[in-house]
Design a protein around this ligand. Structure first.
Ligand SMILES: Cc1cc2nc3c(=O)[nH]c(=O)nc-3n(C[C@H](O)[C@H](O)[C@H](O)COP(=O)(O)O)c2cc1C
Length: 176
């Protein structure tokens, strides 16, 4: 099983998860940023494609990449500011799956929280009044404070379990 991890990141959260996943893939599996996709991408049986959530879906570069992944298996992973068990998180993964070309087999999905850029938080606080759905209400402040602690070691371990599970399901013995 020839596998590769490809990630997009602005502030490092998704890269951290990508690197954790790469650690449990067959030795020598590359882990590359979306700008450094190899020319022989089609030769990989399994792609772990990771994105940061931008306005409820994959960021632009990832959306473009996902749309041209014709590999046999594609597993999705993502990081976002919202809670990973929220409707928003589920939809953000659905959007990633929807970006894949028709007929590509989705091999699994993983999502966890990631700290939100302080610049974005500041801009939102300035732009929206507290009562606004995007305003800095107590619930949002709490969520951002929680997000600020992620991804943590547990998220990396969970991402590794997810990757092992994907390999196992596809019939690759990851202890080999
Ligand atoms: C422009 C922008 C838009 C974002 N949109 C969302 C969003 O719609 N939903 C969400 O939960 N988080 C959103 N976030 C938060 C990021 O998805 C989150 O912080 C992610 O972990 C960043 O990953 P990175 O460090 O790999 O860039 C947004 C962040 C930025 C900068």
């Amino acid at each position: 099983m020839k596998a590769i991890v490809i990630y997009s990141t602005l502030t490092g959260n998704t890269q951290k998860i990508a690197e954790a996943i790469a650690e449990v893939l067959p030795e020598g599996s590359p882990c590359v940023a979306v700008n450094d996709v190899p020319h022989d991408l089609d030769s990989y049986d399994l792609v772990f494609a990771g994105y940061w959530v931008d306005k409820g879906g994959p960021d632009k570069k990832s959306r473009e990449l996902l749309g041209r992944l014709h590999n046999r298996h594609v597993a999705l992973f993502a990081t976002l500011g919202a809670y990973p068990d929220s409707e928003h998180a589920l939809k953000s993964l659905d959007k990633g799956a929807e970006a894949l070309p028709e007929g590509v087999c989705e091999a699994g999905r993983f999502i966890c929280q990631g700290k939100v850029s302080p610049k974005l938080v500041e801009a939102m606080a300035k732009r929206f009044p507290k009562e606004h759905p995007h305003g800095m209400n107590p619930e949002r402040i709490k969520r951002l404070e929680t997000a600020a602690k992620h991804p943590d070691g547990q998220d990396c371990a969970n991402a590794q379990s997810f990757a092992r599970e994907v390999l196992k399901r596809l019939g690759h013995d990851c202890s080999a």
